[in-house]
Design a protein around this ligand. Structure first.
Ligand code: C2O
Ligand code: CU
Ligand code: CU
Length: 496
């Protein structure tokens, strides 16, 4: 608590308002040794049914997990287990289906974050599944290879359920990822890295008590794939880390303790045009990045999160901007198998601003977007199928927000009128919003008109999302208008 007094005294009235509570000083503690082997979520098994559809089974359930904190078993939630979920994996062009069962004892949903798919399969608040209920979404994978993820999205309950463990990765492969030269042996040199911060009570339970922090909980314990103080044994010259910020509020600035460069090869929606040499990559909740790091035999490298650049926030320390801590240790074997060179060209894409026919603006303030909080019965935006649009998104507060759009991947055209840095020039579905800045995003709504079932756009700080910082859009055929929204349109039904 050493940072509290002098700075708080200096805060002005506006800042006090922004803080609304003020007890929120974050600090992360890590174990002295990173002695726990990193848990690798298993690849989900699947079957291929008669028409070639790849079928997964996913059950949301509760249970207890031993995080080796020394305390009693921690009550948690997971998919097909007690914490987190298996990694789903599919190829571009495949039909996939998921047999989902809700054994949580409370209402939930499963949303496929980053996936381009029909709104009725999206798993948002309009596809909630009641306790004991099932749901079977089915769609064709029709987008570039990427690191996506899945998590619950029930109205007002997302923060709690994701925080307690309901999250998993969904990896997509395509021709570009196949010839990229990237390390690709899952769990060996291609590693899922789901980073989450947690706060434990004295008796070892997870709490979301945030001392009134405006952005939500900043936990003092950090885990990767559910492992606290994790290391991964590296057996190859290069390792690919699929970084996912699966936290509710914390923003990480990943890099290595020794400052070594790495190659940034992909962001949320897939590969960059070419590998980008970086020493750090910042991720806000929901964002992903794939990086490739080279190792020397017999050495270690510590993945670290150092002070994130949150922009002109009112109270940097309260939002974690002063936090730096170790995350995951890579331990290289005495001999390393050779890795191939990463291809200098990875992928090709681009959307021309001249193709945009519509510009919309979104102002985020408090818990509102354009002055409104989430209403499941209200369609905020109606978009014509095939349209390319520019969305101008502005954070009007002095604290962090971010912005996530379902169904599409966008590109960032500009940030306050300036060309975005190269690491933000790829395919994105979630972007951090610095205070008082305007982000111009461009995207095309290529498929899946449905006037009745909306997709979501929202702040992915999960407290904000649950408190209503979300809106709904429908994609319609030219000339069509939005229809009335039925209360539950996802085909979910009871077990009995
Ligand atoms: Cu990852 Cu609407 O969410
Ligand atoms: Cu999403
Ligand atoms: Cu927000």
């Amino acid at each position: 608590m050493k940072r509290r007094s002098p700075r708080l005294l200096a805060l002005g009235a506006a800042v006090m308002l922004a803080l609304a509570g003020c007890g929120s000083i974050s600090e992360v503690t890590v174990p002295a040794d990173f002695d726990q082997p990193l848990h690798i979520p298993p690849l989900a098994e699947s079957t291929i049914d008669d028409d070639g559809t790849r079928v997964f089974d996913l059950t949301a359930q509760s249970g207890t997990t031993d995080f080796s904190t020394g305390a009693s078993a921690t009550e948690t939630m997971g998919f097909n287990g007690s914490f987190l979920g298996p990694t789903l994996r599919a190829k571009r062009g495949e039909m996939v289906a998921v047999n989902f069962s809700n054994e949580l004892g409370r209402t939930t949903s499963v949303h496929w974050h980053g996936m381009h798919l029909p709104a009725a399969m999206d798993g948002g608040p309009h596809q909630e599944v009641e306790p004991g209920g099932t749901w079977r979404p089915e769609w064709q994978i029709d987008q570039p290879g990427a690191t996506l993820w899945y998590h619950p999205h029930p109205h007002g309950e997302t923060e709690d359920q994701v925080y307690r463990g309901l999250a998993g990765m969904f990896i997509l492969d395509d021709e570009d990822t196949a010839v990229s030269g990237l390390p690709s042996e899952y769990g060996v040199d291609d590693i899922p890295v789901i980073v989450q911060d947690k706060q434990f009570t004295g008796d070892g339970q997870l709490t979301l008590q945030n001392d009134g922090n405006e952005i939500g909980l900043l936990g003092s314990t950090v885990m990767v794939n559910g492992t606290i103080g994790a290391h991964h044994k590296v057996t190859t010259e290069k390792v690919r880390l699929r970084l996912l910020n699966g936290s509710t509020a914390r923003i990480y600035n990943f890099g290595f303790e020794d400052g070594r460069p790495f190659q940034l090869v992909a962001t949320d929606g897939g590969l960059l045009r070419s590998p980008l040499e970086q020493r750090n990559i910042q991720l806000s909740p929901g964002e992903r990045a794939e990086i490739v790091v080279a190792m020397e035999p017999g050495t270690t490298a510590m993945l670290r999160s150092s002070e994130p650049d949150l922009g002109a926030v009112a109270a940097p320390f309260a939002f974690g901007a002063n936090d730096s801590f170790d995350v995951l240790e890579l331990r290289a074997a005495g001999e390393l198998a050779p890795s191939s060179a990463v291809s200098p060209t990875l992928s090709d894409f681009g959307t021309d601003e001249f193709d945009a026919s519509v510009t919309r603006s979104f102002e985020l303030e408090g818990r509102r977007i354009n002055g409104r909080t989430m209403d499941m019965g209200r369609i905020d935006e109606t978009i014509t199928l095939g349209a390319t649009e520019v969305w101008e998104v502005r954070n009007k507060n002095l604290f962090p927000h971010n912005f996530h759009i379902h169904d599409v991947q966008f590109q960032i055209l500009s940030i306050d009128g300036e060309t975005p840095p190269a690491h933000l020039a790829g395919r994105k579905d979630t972007v951090y919003l610095s205070p008082q800045k305007t982000y111009r995003l461009i995207m095309t709504f290529e498929d899946y008109a449905d006037p009745q079932v909306p997709y979501m756009f929202h702040c992915h700080l999960l407290l904000h999302e649950d408190e209503g910082m979300m809106g709904q859009f429908v994609v319609v055929e030219p000339g069509q208008s939005a229809g009335a929204i039925p209360t539950n349109d996802g085909g979910a039904h009871h077990a009995h």
